[in-house]
Design a protein around this ligand. Structure first.
Ligand SMILES: [Fe+2]
Ligand SMILES: [Fe+2]
Length: 169
């Protein structure tokens, strides 16, 4: 069976929204990292920011090759809870008073949820079905790498929650 244009359009919307969420995530980690004096926390957070940006770049490339315009999509709705959690955290950081252990707990949830629900269950399944003809298994392999990186993000956050590299404070 061929691939319908409706299916491709849905894929383009998901890819676009994942791109936007990864950009939001990258900006968030970058901002958080810059607010922390403790280098044992700021360096790992900066690293996750860079990796999230690379995920966004990959999504933008896939979106461009699909060549389907999507406009008026509310990505905060499509991504759901992780998006709202990040927005909330961003506000709390901007307002000055934030509790790093509370932030890390919420980030642990965001990384785990987004990797599992969005990449694993949604995006990979769609890409496998719609793009395997053109790419074979190679795109699948790249996406598996991204999912692994999401797992690393989650475990890095877990380590930071336990105190990171810093044993003195
Ligand atoms: Fe990511
Ligand atoms: Fe991540």
């Amino acid at each position: 069976m061929g691939v319908s244009s409706d299916e491709l359009k849905s894929l383009a919307i998901v890819v676009k929204c994942v791109q936007e969420f990864e950009e939001l995530t990258s900006n968030f980690y970058d901002m958080l990292s810059s607010k922390l004096d403790d280098r044992s926390k700021s360096l790992p957070l900066k690293w996750i920011s860079v990796e999230s940006d690379s995920h966004a770049v990959l999504m933008r490339s896939i979106y461009e090759l699909l060549g389907i315009e999507t406009s008026g999509v509310d990505c905060s709705k499509l991504v759901g809870t992780p998006w709202h959690v990040l927005e909330e955290l961003m506000k709390s950081i901007e307002s000055g008073g934030f509790d790093i252990s509370d932030i890390l707990s919420k980030l642990e949830f965001v990384e785990g949820f987004f990797g599992e629900e969005t990449y694993n269950k949604l995006l990979i399944a769609m890409l496998r079905r719609l793009m395997v003809k053109e790419f074979g298994d190679v795109l699948d392999e790249i996406l598996s790498e991204v999912v692994d990186e999401e797992k690393y993000h989650e475990s890095i956050i877990k380590l930071l929650k336990r105190g990171g590299g810093s044993t003195t404070n």
